[in-house]
Design a protein around this ligand. Structure first.
Ligand code: ADP
Ligand code: MG
Length: 391
């Protein structure tokens, strides 16, 4: 895949709309991790150095569902961006402006405050396009979404991929097209419904698929085990069962799990075999035996892709599985790529982030890219794309 990049876009003397992924994890109103803000700085600075008159940055934050919501304002992000750039970054009052004057970098308010964003509404996209002369997409974490600031707008202005998006696609293309083998994928986390559906396409591409986190219980249920009060996607049990039927020896699912009444510090917890989860408890981490097996599989790998924690790693009592997997990936002799906000946060927390070859800013997007899917946000950025043909 060949994307048009900043090298192909003339920005001097132009106003540039920069779609960034500033969807940072928050704890209350504070930014818990500013990785995504820092990751977009190279593109922002390059646009300024190359003479853009104004960079109008925009992003979504959380899930406000099409209505303004003070708790999901991008104000804290504008504040952090101001600190990082060393000058004031004013925030526009709405997602469609007006763009504040007098500052070379401004930020629009949360795009998802307007229903037009998630609706991929051309009228909303036109309002965004009217603010600028060129469009740069650096939001890898959003390219799998058919949203107005990602898809509809791209045909309305001269467009290119930013440096972060460009690097993400280069790294993930290597995993998609020519991974050193064995290639092991480790998938967990809580966005179970979204992630389960990509596994069928991922499986043929990898040599091993290790399942943990909230999604493993749908696999255990598909084997006929009771999963107590664990996370479960009932309507995907049949699909998961047929996936298991075709997986050969590639698929690894937990043989033991850590169960407790709730994922709180200091609760009573114990490890049980995966087919003996008590009906009144839930699984919040993979067990020791499972951790050991997963670590062995990771040690044997030449390429590892990891998305989604193995358990509720935010609570120390349920962090062991995630910690063991993170350590094995960091110390292993493999090319390592990790995607997902929470997986990246887990690496930071355990002190392994420096040892990972590439930390992707997109969790869902990286998974969908690696299953070989055409991501809607990348289509208009490809060389030779003709906007007229897409309407
Ligand atoms: P990522 O951001 O890396 O893509 P997700 O957002 O899908 O990952 O999932 C991260 C969340 O999954 C974490 O907050 C973690 O606490 C939660 N989680 C992991 N395992 C379980 C489990 N067994 N039950 C409930 N939540 C879980
Ligand atoms: Mg997450």
């Amino acid at each position: 895949m060949k994307l048009r990049t900043l090298d192909d876009l003339d920005v001097s003397g132009r106003r540039v709309l920069l779609r960034a992924d500033l969807n940072v994890p928050l704890s209350g109103r504070a930014i818990a991790d500013d990785l995504r803000i820092r990751a977009t700085l190279p593109t922002l600075n390059e646009l300024l150095e190359r003479g853009a008159t104004q960079v109008i940055a925009c992003s979504h934050l959380g899930r406000p569902k099409g209505a303004p919501n003070a708790e999901l304002s991008l104000a804290p992000v504008a504040g952090r961006l101001s600190e990082l750039l060393g000058h004031d970054v004013p925030l526009a009052p709405t997602p469609t402006g007006p763009a504040p004057e007098g500052s070379r970098v401004v930020l629009l308010e949360n795009l998802r405050f307007d229903p037009g964003e998630e609706g991929n509404d051309p009228a909303f996209a036109r309002k965004l396009a009217a603010l600028a002369d060129s469009y740069v997409d650096d939001a890898f974490g959003a390219v799998h979404r058919t949203h107005a600031s990602v898809v509809a707008i791209a045909g309305m202005l001269p467009c290119a991929a930013g440096r972060l998006l460009e690097r993400e696609v280069v790294v993930l293309s290597r995993l998609l097209e020519s991974p050193d083998r064995p290639y092991v994928a480790v998938v967990g986390g809580a966005k179970v419904a979204d992630k389960l559906s990509v596994l069928a396409n991922l499986l043929p591409r990898v040599d091993r698929l290790l399942i943990g986190g909230g999604m493993c219980f749908t696999f255990l249920a598909a084997k006929g085990y009771g999963v107590g009060r664990s996370l479960l996607e009932k309507d995907q049990i049949d699909d998961v069962a047929s996936l298991m039927g075709t997986a050969g020896g590639k698929l690894m699912i937990p043989t033991d799990v850590v169960v407790a009444p709730e994922p709180k510090p200091g609760v009573q917890k114990r490890i049980v075999p995966a087919d003996e989860i008590p009906s009144d408890l839930a699984g919040y981490d993979i067990g020791k035996e499972t951790s050991r097996a997963y670590v062995d599989a990771i040690r044997a790998a030449k390429t590892v892709f990891w998305n989604g924690p193995m358990g509720v790693f935010e609570v120390d009592d349920f962090a062991s599985g995630t910690r063991a997997v993170a350590a094995a990936i960091a110390r292993g002799n493999c090319y390592s790529v990790v995607g997902g906000g929470d997986s990246a946060a887990a690496l930071q927390r355990f002190g392994y982030a420096q040892e990972i070859d590439h930390i992707s800013t997109g969790g869902g997007a990286s998974l969908e890219f690696l299953e070989g899917k055409t991501l809607p946000g990348l289509v208009p950025l490809q060389e030779g794309f003709d906007p007229a043909s897409s309407r």
